[in-house]
Design a binder for this molecule. Structure first.
Ligand code: FRU
Length: 531
């Protein structure tokens, strides 16, 4: 499908996705010397015209100077007035301290911005007093406020309190730290790769990073290193008071972009299609020995658009429409009953590389089981009640990357419960039978979907791409990504099924599925020089 995958190195997150003069750029953490993380991390650089096909360029930033000699870690790109891109990134300096550095393109007339020059006065932001040398990293894209000054945040921690330090600058070179951080939350550990951006309260369009005012809310995303999870908050940001008030208190049970394997994400505003796009690092679920054997590790999620849900309580994410460039062989049907205990194969597409949309209609919901309130963590309910455990309404959903005898299968499914006077929809991604191989992380993931099954159909969209399965429940309200390594269900031997292992029948109101062609990635090609 469309992923920037390194052939012979390890990759990590996206320091700086950006759009500049007709080209999408993706910078990412990369070890050119091997497939594992190391103490010599570089910035790799790929470019695309459609966010689907990617061309790798020379490495953009290398650890060469005292201010970054021990690695060039994550950061972000900002487009300054006059259409001038700059990068702020974390350098690990010769004293092994994390500091923030500035780099600018060598030649703005190169359409691909292949060469980057480091500011000789680096670092532009030093380690704050009282912060451990390895606890200060990942500057955000900057935003400009009405006072004409730039702001950034940098992730940190002190005594296990996660911190988003706030800085301001007039010239992008001299940065001053505010006494109060934008936010801090006790007990959360270091905050990695923060992201801070506005979303419209009443539109699915994206908002450029510096837009303020009553029509927007602000999203603060933080990566919790201790859990390898990206959490976000929605709130009100006041640059005059320099404070950010999230709508609800942060807890480990609150909102995440994705309830599976999905970390160190970063968003950017795409002015071409007026949308905000999110991409993330999706790490392996096999062992380091496997990474060494295959010579690479880590990939990027399929790009998603994201916007604020109408109810303003959460974000919605949806695969970018460019995926249609890769669609072929559509199969579709409507109104098909899935009897209790049945499966229905979806034939006519390449199940190892597919895009599937399915929606379910339920009747007699009064019969639904009561939710057991003693277990509150949805992931725990999903692992206790996996795809093989019968319920009443559910489990029903898809079996992706399945062998013909179903020994291997990745099950993405729903269960519907009654809870007081309402219904609760649980979404699970069960990897426990994804491969006959041992030694893999087959953790089952799960989360609730904020929809009312009495009023709405229950929809699921799943993108399958060999070892990655990305699922979007309830039209993008709940997303779960997993990495799986089947041994039989590969290539033409992979199958796709709809299934219902509940005791009540359900109706597939609509199904559409496509084969997804291979995108062009990591193919070196000559890009003509303009200079
Ligand atoms: C996220 C992260 C960042 C850091 C980078 C190093 O996974 O740990 O905090 O800058 O990766 O590659």
């Amino acid at each position: 499908m469309s992923r920037v995958l390194t052939n012979d190195g390890s990759m990590n997150m996206h320091p700086g996705p950006m759009y500049y003069n007709g080209v999408y750029h993706l910078f990412f953490q990369y070890n050119p010397f091997g497939p594992l993380f190391s103490n010599q991390i570089y910035w790799a650089h790929s470019v695309s015209h459609d966010l689907i096909n990617w061309t790798p360029l020379d490495l953009a930033i290398a650890p060469t100077e005292p201010f970054d000699i021990n690695s060039c870690w994550s950061g972000s790109a900002t487009i300054l007035p006059g259409n001038k891109p700059v990068i702020l990134y974390t350098g690990i300096n010769s004293d092994n301290q994390q500091v923030q550095n500035l780099a600018i393109p060598k030649n703005l007339s190169d359409p691909y911005l292949r060469e980057w020059v480091k500011y000789t006065g680096n670092p532009v932001v030093k380690l704050p007093d009282g912060i451990q040398p390895d606890d200060f990293r990942d500057p955000t894209t900057a935003w400009l406020t009405d006072d004409g000054k730039w702001r950034i945040i940098v992730g940190s921690q002190k005594d296990k309190t996660g911190i988003a330090f706030l800085y301001q600058s007039e010239d992008f070179i001299n940065w001053t730290k505010y006494d109060s951080p934008l936010l801090k939350v006790e007990g959360t550990g270091i905050w990695e790769c923060p992201d801070f951006f506005p979303v419209w309260v009443d539109s699915m369009n994206g908002v450029d990073t510096s837009v303020l005012g009553p029509k927007v809310r602000h999203v603060l995303k933080v990566g919790l290193f201790d859990y390898a999870r990206d959490y976000y908050m929605i709130g009100n940001y006041s640059p005059a008071k320099e404070n950010y008030v999230p709508q609800s208190e942060f807890t480990l049970g609150t909102l995440r972009y994705d309830y599976g394997k999905y970390y160190a994400s970063k968003s950017f505003f795409d002015p071409v299609k007026n949308r905000r796009i999110l991409m993330a690092w999706v790490n392996e679920s096999d062992s380091e020995a496997d990474d060494i054997a295959k010579g690479w590790s880590g990939l990027h999620s399929f790009p998603r658009s994201l916007w604020l849900d109408q109810n303003q309580k959460q974000l919605i994410q949806w695969p970018i429409e460019e995926i249609e460039l890769l669609h072929e062989n559509e199969v579709s049907f409507e109104d098909k009953k899935l009897e209790a205990g049945s499966t229905q194969e979806i034939e006519g597409i390449t199940a190892s590389q597919a895009d599937v949309k399915i929606s379910f209609k339920l009747t007699n919901l009064e019969e639904a089981e009561e939710l057991d309130h003693s277990v509150v963590d949805p992931q725990l309910i999903c692992s206790a009640k996996d795809a093989s455990t019968k319920g009443k309404f559910g489990p029903f959903g898809l079996l992706a990357l399945a062998s013909s005898d179903l020994t291997e299968q990745t099950a993405i499914f729903f269960r519907i419960y009654k809870s007081s006077e309402r219904y609760v929809v649980l979404m699970c991604s069960d990897q426990s039978r994804s491969s006959t191989r041992n030694g893999l992380d087959k953790t089952t993931y799960g989360a609730f979907v904020d929809i009312d099954p009495k009023q709405e159909e229950i929809s699921l969209r799943t993108l399958v791409d060999h070892s990655i399965v990305e699922s979007f429940g309830g039209g993008g309200k709940t997303c779960i990504t997993s990495r799986v390594y089947p041994t039989f269900a590969i290539g033409d031997d992979a199958h796709l099924f709809a299934f219902n292992n509940g005791t009540e029948s359900v109706v597939i109101s609509k199904l559409s599925a496509w084969s997804v062609k291979k995108a062009r990635i990591n193919i070196e090609e000559t890009i003509s020089c303009t200079s």
